[in-house]
Design a binder for this molecule. Structure first.
Ligand code: GAL
Length: 371
């Protein structure tokens, strides 16, 4: 062995040792807005994400973004990570790849956003819903997409994409004033006009979430009517189709990025305004029934940066498994010019009675829920 070779070998060994050391440093806190390294030391790539707790582990599903502006389109698919402690995440790979076939609904280059996975106990399938825009059509298609898998981390099989609830009129919770009921013979405003226009072909379905209630019923909540209104729609027992029962929430006020959770029998909904990738004030609502009526409660964020959700936009609220009153607000800090660099803002939800607050923290850990 010559001296060059020996030096090279030593460097290789030292490199391997250092990278093993880097991986061995376990995170013990959340540091919102910073680079969040996975088990390979790579920034987590799961934007617009949602979490699923399954057999003792958390699974994080989100949009895999690539560098530059092209990263705002789906060039790879839905990325999955797993964790036992929520600070340290293992790369589980691409759970749903986009298709190389340009005629496929989820063709590479389509827009595939805000994937959410739920588990169906009856069919034993993992069910993923997402917002889909067909390739080359910008945000015109406004469809919802479905994929399922027998295994939590995938691979998921794409099933279908469509606009939900074609031909169905809304369900009106008790107490809905007649003035708020849609009359397609005589639409009263813009949002009703969009609703009636889309009645035959199905409602537009963009920013979205899926919520499973205590009784096992699942709901798909999405921005409809050119983003003017949120629809909360019942899914069938398999979670693979819409039943046609849905209510319209906060009609005409353009709410996006919806996230639902439930505490003490009250449903909470957090969303954002509609300003594209730019942050705006978050908004929250409560209801006694999932279909409403939902009451607008203002901005849950407090303190400096509250008027722009600390630079982020809601994507999910995570109930911590087995812990009472412990919920994490998850938001994306978008970087559309270099999509892959988008950051994650995870912050604890604070309760004051039934009121919620979200406060900024440079760093925090799960001990906040012990207090
Ligand atoms: C946001 C939406 C994102 C993405 C973006 C595109 O309002 O929440 O998911 O669709 O617009 O401009």
């Amino acid at each position: 062995m010559n001296i060059k070779r020996i030096t090279f070998t030593i460097c290789l060994l030292a490199g391997a040792f250092l990278s093993a050391q880097a991986q061995a440093v376990k995170a013990t806190q959340f540091t919102p807005g910073t680079i969040w390294a996975d088990n390979n030391g790579v920034h987590i790539n799961a934007h617009g994400g949602g979490l699923l707790f399954d057999k003792g582990k958390y699974y994080w599903f989100g949009e895999h973004k690539i560098a530059g502006g092209a990263g705002n389109r789906a060039m790879v698919g839905v990325h999955c990570y797993s964790s036992k402690d929520m600070y340290n995440w293992k790369d589980e790979g691409i759970a749903l790849p986009v298709s190389p076939d340009s005629t496929n609904d989820i063709a590479k280059g389509c827009i595939l956003e805000r994937p959410k996975v739920v588990y169906n106990k009856k069919t034993k399938k993992y069910v993923m819903w997402f917002h889909l825009e067909l390739r080359g059509q910008s945000y015109k298609a406004a469809r919802t997409g479905l994929a399922t898998s027998d295994k939590v981390a995938g691979p998921y099989t794409f099933i279908k994409s469509y606009r939900p609830n074609a031909g169905f009129m809304p369900f009106y919770p008790e107490g809905t004033p007649d003035a708020d009921k849609v009359d397609c013979a005589n639409p009263k405003n813009k949002s009703e006009g969009f609703f009636c226009r889309d009645l035959p072909g199905g409602q537009m379905a963009r920013d979205m979430n899926v919520f499973v209630d205590d009784d096992g019923k699942a709901y798909h909540i999405f921005s409809a009517e050119e983003n003017f209104t949120l629809d909360i729609a019942e899914l069938n027992d398999d979670y693979t189709a819409h039943t046609g029962k849905f209510s319209r929430v906060y009609a005409g006020h353009q709410t996006e990025a919806p996230a639902i959770f439930k505490r003490n029998g009250i449903y909470y909904l957090i969303g954002s305004g509609t300003t594209g990738w730019d942050p705006n004030p978050a908004r929250w609502f409560t209801a006694k029934s999932i279909y409403g009526p939902w009451t607008y409660r203002g901005n849950p964020c407090k303190g400096a940066g509250a008027e722009i959700t600390f630079g982020g936009q809601s994507t999910y609220v995570l109930p911590i498994a087995g812990k009472k009153d412990a919920f994490i607000f998850m938001a994306d800090k978008w970087t559309p010019k270099d999509a892959i660099d988008g950051r994650y803002l995870w912050l604890p939800v604070t309760f004051k009675g039934d009121e919620i607050e979200i406060n900024w923290a440079e760093k925090w850990d799960l001990n906040v829920f012990e207090k």
